[in-house]
Ligand binder design. Structure first.
Ligand code: FAD
Length: 550
């Protein structure tokens, strides 16, 4: 006999995946009176979203307005156009418009129907100088929130690799990476109060708040429930087959199915197909393995943007028994440079989208243009206690040597080229100007550099010894390719026609913002918004049907 829990066999909406995209879609539909169930494969809830910093990029939002910061949908669109890769505007403009139009509404909605409260974060757009770019105003994040609001699921919120007793805003205001003890002491009374109240920040707060809203609106949350197949009736997605507690079950979805299963980064054969030869560390939960993509393909959905992903600098860490990615811009250090497989610098180390260049493939030779990439520094890097602690999680992460020549031999780079690169950087450092890549000159690079913020130089010579090389393989926080949707979140087939009853949001969709991030929170912000758009589409389809019946 199976001990599978009692669940309904028919609902209005089935949402697959309990990350921010899925929970937001579920909440919107339920808040409008629809009958909703969320199926989550893992026994933990919240997916990558729960692990995240919950930095949320939402342009033209009310928090900025209240702070007197001018922004508009038109400026946000201009920015998306100027900051995105060539050719994207022609294909993505309609989806960008839908995202920008709904971004502020998501914030208002979440604050209305959940205990979540957002605050502005002092982070600029990475291309703040580009047309439509902003120095501040588009980044928000949840304030700390008591986990218990998500009862009975408070202890099922997926833990993070990052310390979530801080909020995202605090993580940016204080320098926990360079000065963990000093920074923690600075907010110790606040942290103590938070600890006593059981409050958490970042992705843990985001998921606690979304779950609380879902529970208040009677959404059924089924964990350990793995969706296996979508059922089609008259070319319409009409339900889901899934398994729970070892039992096969099926669910009828009267109005529709929202696929929000995250990325496919844990699927080795899909990764080999779409990111051949890439070296990376994974940051998301191992349950994100492309099952949603496969289910969608089986009902004729068109997949697109499959070679796009969220790449972020990451240190090694241990999570669920294996080496994982701990996102941290550890390359932002005054006496350190990134060198490519030829031993040369290839970009400003402080660029927000450095990952795009690290994973770049040379079109002519179809080989990596830069990877493998190493961060080269000296004894000053070794003073960083957090860096040294994390280095212990992966014995191949750090090499050190008494001379640059010896270091070059260890990491198999041409010794002469590496010595010339370091010598040239040291000349720039002594002269106070990076003539090659103008490090520290943009609004973003001044912001990210603690040294520049304190009016100190972000260029210091690498003089060792010991000289240090750190393996700068990117953290892959989630793939961003998947089901092609229209501006209402409805899934399209190979002819570009809507598949009735089928919606997709989050990393499982073909994201209109891909590898090149136009803001630090351009996964969570858009994913919440696409969840919201799917939920609204489901609700309006209900309204349309009622009008037709009348
Ligand atoms: C440490 C870390 C920090 C990050 N910080 C930020 C940040 O500050 N800002 C930002 O914008 N982005 C950040 N990201 C990226 C961001 O978290 C993700 O892009 C985003 O959360 C993905 O949301 P999602 O809802 O699409 O998917 P997820 O949150 O990954 O949820 C997908 C869920 O679907 C479930 N699932 C998969 N298959 C099935 C199935 N067959 N049946 C049922 N369920 C299934 C999975 O188990 C998972 O729980 C971070 C990522 C990491 C790892």
């Amino acid at each position: 006999m199976s001990d599978a829990p009692a669940l309904p066999s028919s609902v209005d909406v089935v949402v697959i995946g309990s990350g921010c995209a899925g929970l937001c879609a579920a909440l919107v539909a339920a808040a409008d009176g629809l009958d909703v169930i969320v199926l989550e494969k893992s026994d933990l809830l919240g997916g990558t979203s729960a692990m995240s910093g919950a930095g949320t990029w939402l342009p033209a939002n009310s928090k900025a307005r209240e702070a007197g910061i001018a922004d508009s949908e038109a400026e946000a669109l201009t920015y998306l156009e100027s900051a995105s890769p060539e050719g994207w505007a022609a294909q993505e403009r309609e989806r960008w418009r839908a995202f920008v139009k709904n971004a502020d509404a998501v914030l208002a909605f979440l604050e209305r129907v959940t205990p979540l409260r957002f605050e502005l974060v002092d982070e600029p757009d990475p291309f703040a100088e580009a047309p439509g770019g902003k120095r501040i105003g588009r980044m928000v994040s949840p304030r700390a929130l008591g986990r218990r609001v998500a009862q009975p699921f408070a202890d099922r919120i997926r833990p993070s690799t990052m310390p979530h007793f801080f909020t995202y805003r605090e993580a940016h205001e204080y320098d926990f990476f360079q000065h963990p003890v000093r920074s923690t002491i600075a907010i110790a009374p606040r942290l103590l109060r938070r600890f006593l109240r059981g409050e958490v920040g970042q992705g843990s707060a985001l998921i606690a708040g979304l779950l609380a809203g879902c529970l208040q609106h009677n959404v059924v949350i089924a964990h350990s429930a793995r969706a296996r197949r979508l059922s089609l009736t008259d070319r319409r997605v009409a339900g889901v087959e899934f398994e729970i507690a070892g039992a096969a079950r099926s669910l009828v979805a009267r109005r529709g199915v929202v696929l929000a299963t995250g990325g496919f980064e844990w699927n080795a054969s899909m990764m080999q197909r779409y990111f051949p030869g890439l070296r990376y560390r994974l940051g998301s939960p191992a349950t994100n393995c492309g099952e949603g993509h496969a289910m969608a393909e089986a009902v004729g959905a068109q997949l697109s943007r499959m070679n796009q992903a969220n790449f972020y600098p990451a240190l090694p860490t241990l999570y669920e028994g294996q080496v994982h990615a701990l996102p941290a811009p550890f390359q932002v250090a005054p006496a350190a440079i990134l060198v490519n497989r030829f031993g040369r610098r290839f970009a400003s180390e402080y660029e927000f989208n450095i990952g795009e260049k690290v994973v770049l493939i040379d079109r002519d030779t179809a080989t990596p243009a830069n990877a493998p990439v190493w961060l080269i520094g000296d004894w000053k890097l070794k003073r960083n206690a957090v860096l040294m602690r994390q280095a212990k999680c992966d014995s191949s992460f750090m090499r050190e040597a008494a001379t640059i020549a010896d270091l070059a031999r260890q990491i198999e780079l041409p010794a002469e080229t590496l010595a010339t690169t370091v010598a040239q950087f040291n000349r720039f450092a002594r002269g106070g100007h990076d003539a090659e890549f103008r490090r520290g000159q943009t609004i973003w690079e001044r912001y990210i550099s603690r040294a520049a913020r304190n009016n100190e130089s972000c260029l210091q010579p690498i003089e060792g010894p010991p000289f240090v090389a750190l393996d700068f393989r990117m953290g892959l926080l989630g793939t961003k390719g998947g089901l092609l949707t229209n501006a209402n979140g409805r899934v399209l087939d190979h002819e570009g026609c809507v598949i009735e009853g089928f919606y997709c949001a989050g990393n499982a969709m073909a994201n209109p913002i891909g590898t090149r991030a136009v803001g630090p929170g351009t996964s969570i912000g858009p994913n919440l918004t696409w969840g919201y758009i799917c939920g609204r589409s489901l609700v309006t389809s209900k309204a349309r049907e009622m009008v037709q019946r009348a």
